[in-house]
Design a protein around this ligand. Structure first.
Ligand code: SF4
Length: 586
């Protein structure tokens, strides 16, 4: 690492005492690069064993890495915390301006400890930290309005990130998200609820530092090489043109698009909520995270007439991507784009995780259909596939939690099913609601044993698709998936957006680190990745995660995948194999 790189500085903020300080943690960054590698170490240091995720003892760690601000698509921030949803490792990545802002403020990581007695928001401007009274912001209906107010008040326009929660976070919904720059999210595993438990309404960061490099000429050459590869890559063009929404039609075609709570894996109306359709009829803007030439973020412009004013229209910009189209579209049987966009907008306004929200509503719809719950539970709502108005009302109830049923839904689908029944079709893995890939064994295996129960941990859904029509050697694929997750720890530590994972291969990463003052071979990187993965698993086990008591929802065996019907016995074998591999590491 360059001796003058401010990456090694860690900012600690104590919300209880309203104090802050900066520590030199060079050794952590030298051994673990940054991002996820540093964050898991800080989480282990700060989070006591068995901590209640919604008590002050649960810290929030934000971390960036050596590539942040220096190479393209190194645009993400890693957030780490103990998850209120799963009870173990909480990790979520988001872009927007968050990563660049933290780096330019002069930090590699920020640790937020304790809890405030009354609502605050924290503003970090370079070396100064301000604790601002947020009582007037608490309870505002829309997370978007909160950001508008803060934008007026705080300096640093154009360089600052405003991370904030909506009503879902305030009310401790266990899958509440943190929204940053309006259209990006620390979506999964309930960071919003952890913010809410600390009475932390928003976290603002800005800074203007410049970053040193050791060999400027070489740095420029490698930057150009990476940039050119990215802008010429057909995959990046796909993400730019249609975004991840481009995946709707291909996944539907192979029968991997979960539909109506996965009672089906093909949706007859997929073309009406597809990336192509949305781009043709609704696309209003494309956006990029800071320092990214791809701009995969797609915003629909929804134009609605005012009832009493002819020729006047309200235009709302709503971000969409594949995961949201799956969870709040096909999963709920919503047949047209406009209805789906209205549900997406409500999720954004309330500050909920889109994937979890959709899976919870899909379970509630099937539970209602089967008579497991009734109108006494739902406060009169009649859940029905495709009924977007009922879904919007239900989302508001989940956030306000007016009765036991909605309180249960606010705890996630695993909890709701354990209370009301319907476990067989409650689609959570490791207590996290499933992402939109009914692709085969490796996809589900990744949801089950991936360190954050995300499709992004080991990319099993992609391994499944590549294995179509080929021999499916599950033993070999388990090892391959684990190695993939270990390598992704390096990408998460640099911190690179996973969309560029095909470009940031081990050799190019080692080469790109050199002019920044790092001397690591691809083999060294492999070892660091494995070490980080091991630390994450140690944390999970420490907090009670148990590979022997994982729940596999029966529904995944009832609906055919592109690889046919899945066999439960084979999953058990895969988990046994994985256990042996993990035991060797820990
Ligand atoms: S590819 Fe998309 S998500 Fe990734 S950094 Fe670029 S704009 Fe952000």
């Amino acid at each position: 690492m360059h001796p003058n790189d401010p990456l090694y500085r860690v900012l600690y903020i104590d919300l209880t005492k309203k104090i802050y300080w900066i520590e030199d943690r060079r050794e952590l960054f030298e051994n673990y690069l940054g991002g996820a590698g540093v964050a898991i170490n800080l989480l282990k240091e700060e989070c006591p064993r068995g901590a209640d995720p919604l008590r002050p003892e649960n810290p929030i760690v934000f971390a960036v890495g050596p590539f942040t601000g220096l190479y393209p698509i190194a645009s993400k921030t890693v957030a780490m915390f103990k998850s209120p949803l799963t009870g173990n490792l909480g990790e979520s990545h988001a872009g927007g301006r968050s990563a660049i802002a933290i780096r330019m403020a002069g930090y590699g990581a920020i640790v937020i400890k304790g809890a405030s007695k009354h609502p605050v928001y924290v503003a970090v401007h370079g070396d100064k930290v301000f604790f601002r009274d947020a009582r007037a912001l608490w309870g505002i209906k829309s997370s978007i309005t909160v950001a508008r107010i803060i934008r007026e008040k705080e300096p640093g326009a154009g360089q600052r990130a405003i991370m904030r929660i909506g009503r879902a976070g305030e009310n401790l919904v266990k899958y509440a998200c943190v929204v940053t720059e309006t259209y990006r999210h620390f979506g999964r595993l309930g960071l919003g609820a952890v913010f809410g438990s600390k009475k932390l309404k928003a976290f603002v960061v800005s800074g203007k530092r410049s970053l040193p490099v050791l060999d400027k000429r070489r740095y420029r050459e490698i930057y150009k090489e990476l940039f050119d590869t990215m802008v010429k890559s057909p995959l990046m063009k796909k993400y730019h043109d249609l975004g991840t929404a481009a995946n709707v039609i291909p996944l539907n075609k192979i029968g991997a698009l979960p539909t109506k709570n996965l009672k089906e894996s093909k949706f007859e109306n997929a073309d009406k909520i597809s990336g192509e359709y949305l781009a043709e009829k609704y696309l209003g803007r494309r956006l990029a995270c800071a320092h990214c030439p791809v701009a995969c973020i797609h915003l629909a412009a929804l134009r609605e007439p005012y009832e009493t004013e002819p020729y006047f229209y309200k235009t709302t910009f709503i971000s969409y991507d594949y995961e949201l189209i799956y969870s709040l579209g096909s999963m709920l049987g919503i047949r047209n784009a406009e209805d789906m966009l209205k549900v997406l907008d409500e999720v954004e306004v309330l500050g909920l995780d889109g994937i979890s929200s959709g899976v919870v509503l899909a379970w509630a719809t099937e539970a209602y259909e089967k008579g497991i719950i009734n109108e006494n539970d739902t406060l009169g709502l009649r859940f029905k596939w495709g009924d977007y108005e009922t879904y919007i009302k239900a989302l508001r109830y989940i956030v306000e939690q007016p009765n036991e049923f909605y309180k249960a839904l606010a705890n996630g689908v695993d909890y709701a099913a354990s209370k009301y029944g319907g476990e067989k079709f409650a689609l959570a893995f490791g207590k996290n609601e499933m992402p939109g890939y009914h692709t085969g064994y490796l996809g589900y295996f990744g949801f089950l044993v991936g360190s954050r129960h995300s499709h992004l941990d080991m990319g099993g859904y992609s391994i499944d698709q590549k294995a179509l029509g080929k021999e499916y050697n599950l033993d070999e694929l388990v090892v391959k998936a684990l190695r993939e997750e270990e390598w992704r720890q390096i990408l998460s530590s640099l911190v690179v957006c996973f969309f560029a994972r095909g470009i940031y291969k081990p050799e190019i990463v080692a080469k790109a680190l050199e002019p920044l003052g790092w001397n690591l071979t691809p083999e060294d990187l492999g070892k660091i990745g494995a070490k980080i993965h091991r630390l994450k698993y140690e944390f999970k086990f420490r907090e009670g995660f148990d590979l022997d008591s994982l729940r596999l929802p029966h529904r995944i065996f009832e609906t055919p995948t592109p690889h046919g019907y899945l066999d439960e016995y084979k999953f058990k074998e895969m988990i046994e194999k994985f256990k042996l591999l993990i035991q060797k590491q820990i």
